[in-house]
Design a protein around this ligand. Sequence first.
Ligand code: N01
Length: 864
Amino acid sequence: MADDEGADVASSDVDVVVVGAGFSGLYLLHRLRQLGFTTVVFDTASDVGGTWYWNRYPGARCDIPTTDYSYSFDPELECVWTWSEKYATQPEILSYLRFVADRYDLRRDIVFSTRVESAAWDESAARWRVRTDDGRELRCRFYVMASGCLSLPKAPEIEGHDRFRGATYYTSRWPHGEVDFSGLRVAVVGTGSSGIQSIPLIAAQATELTVFQRTANFSIPARNGPPAAQRLTALESDRDAYREAARRSRGGVPGDVTEVAGAYANDEVRRARFESAWEAGELMEILGVFNDVMLSSTANDVVAEMIREKIRSIVVDPETAETLCPKDHPFGSKRPCLDTNYFQTYNLPHVRLVDLRRDPIVTITDSGIDTASETFEFDAIVYATGFDAMTGPIVAVDITGRDGLSLREKWADGPSTYLGLTTVGFPNFFTITGPGSPSVLSNMTVSIEQHVDWVADCLEHLHARDLESIEPTPLAEAGWNQHVDDGASITLYPTANSWYMGANVPGKARAFLPYVAGVDTYRATCDEVVDRDYLGFRLSGPAGSECNDGVIRRLQVDVAKVLEFMEELELPPMEQMSVGDARAFMAITESARPPGPAVGETVDGTLAGAAGDLPYRLYRPATQGPHPLVAYFHGGGWVLGSLDSDDPLCRDLCVRSDAVIVSVDYRHAPEARFPAAADDAFAAVQWIAAHAEELGGIPGELVVAGWSAGANVAAVACQLARDAGKPHIAGQVLLTPVVDAAMDRPSYVENAEGYVLSAALMRWFWDHYADPADRGHPEASPLLGNLSNLPPALVVTAEFDPLRDEGSSYADALATAGVQVHHLAARGHIHTSLTMVDVVLSGADIRAQMSDVMQSFFRAIVPA
Ligand code: N01
């Protein structure tokens, strides 16, 4: 029997100790054994299985199709195991894991029914000392927590829950023997996946079933049955390609990625896509029904409302239906469920739903449950109240790293990891699907195999190089944490009180635990770390230590996605196009982007430029006017751009700053070279100031703004206005400005290529705009002009922009000249990303800050 096996393996030193004999631990043991590492696995359970050992409640199944929820490391294993259902039951998955354990003879290195209580790093021996609850102590070089993400049950936290004298069950620790609810009055507390899966089956037995719901949950029908023919055919026709597609997918399940944005699609498209996902009964389908489900509240609301409609159509009693409709969190921000007849169950006469938001539980009594307004008597209570997810199982072991550092203490304010695999201060310590990895947002088996492979390859690398230890650097870890946070912050996930956020456990630090950018991106990142000589890790051995320190991902997640997309298009460099082609290309890209927010109105007109009329477009806020005015100049290197090119940005600035934006289409090079654009800008500013009232503006409240070359002419216009003594300008807003023709600052070298605006393209712009002899003129290079007595300025620079350093220099020079300056350095952004409204969501925060500063310029105006 499994219980006795492995008992003799844990008495001496080993290379690796692993905690957990579920999907992760089993594969890790297999891999490490193949590599020749002596390994022992501990598990508190009496057999293999991990989560599938414990969660034996009625109805327990996986929620990823079983064809995909399987190991892929051994093609022969795949051929000798056949799943009977689309979503296999817990007993079948447990049988599979037992089969795997037998097939690879894994049990002889697993110690069952044994809890690892502590693991402490012994610096002098460069070993971990591991202690178990049966008094064993062993030393190992490497220590791995393969303890699962949802394996530490959360206490129900309900007053009196020990008092109940009837039968008490926890879905997460279900008895091995049969549980029969026939003839019983049963309560279920909790309506997450465990509750939703078990409730219909408990209802089928119980005389009375009362469900206590605190938060209504989104659930779609699983439509279980035989494994989906389409998936099976795809898998069987080319197993390698199918598995590789899973590894290169977003969520670890092969599937098409839609380009339909729910925020912009019409109702017909929305409905058709939703119905098809509803029919498919797959989590990844419904979560991927639009490409912006987790990014846009508009898109999310569409899906949420359609699910609510379905609930209302299924549940007969309108009040019960309404109580079952989730309304307090975006769809997907808590893990949605797949069910079999969950909502239908509430149509049964002996099933009742209690809404704890309206009538909270006061206490568990010895015979049932007292809510604020009612007393219930039960024979059995089932708690489906969830887990201390992701970090809980790891810090449940007393893990102590270098210098006595406790992991529990280190993570008290939220986990801090490098790649979700390692953490500073804990050498030779790994977590499988730890916080900061895609883990629970992905098909776990795909993530597990990738993690295990990475760890095993790492250990092999260390061994081959005669290295003894590996540990991430503080820089790499801080960079990864930032990257994980940045990724989460543009999604709707942080808006929910979910276990993803640690919000289900009282007192737990609130932090988004998994990594959102997908298993494809994550895998590429982990591989790149290795390819770059284990970037961000210190590797040490008898011969000394080596470290290629650095941050693996510095671009904002959405900026990186845009760049990847552009790379796939294999566009020719713009500087190799004719001006006409470049303009035509710009127009095509403009037609394919989101339109930006609605404003009160837009008005196209003409104003007097330096050498004739110029078109302008005015954006008026929906609020009551008059409003402050902004004269805005578009980007495009003096060569490209139009009223349309910066339209979404102007709309965004209009709404955010509650100002009238007048976007001016100045003359372009090469048809009109320097100083035409600058002269037009100054003329336009004068005209706008003179016509403020007519435009619906407040006379005297004028800010001059621009992006890139538009910021160049905006800055010049401010200098010319100062020299002319009018008009009065309340502030200048310069977004990634061109301010100097000296193209030799470090940012020109560092960001010369790969970030849309290249150094070569910038040279092309300058060549079209100004003769070399003119480029030092302050009207071309405002940085070289007189900077005193200029209006207060906001300078926004982007980290990965050739123009970054000249923008910073302008901010510094203005400050030195006594001008009030705000410098916003946009971390992880490129020259164009801040203007990509509703595409690069991480730019929204910068634009919000820009608008705040803009408004402060207006507020600072002292009325005459
Ligand atoms: O746990 P949960 P779960 N009083 O945390 C409620 C995976 N999984 O075990 O939301 C009253 O989701 C709590 O209410 P609230 C899957 O990833 C997968 O169901 O905190 N109610 C909630 O309704 C899943 O997401 C499968 O307001 C209390 C429920 O209990 C994860 O495991 C199957 C309460 C807990 O829901 C966790 O699912 C099962 C209290 N004091 C699980 N405390 C598959 O299909 C908590 N609740 C593969």
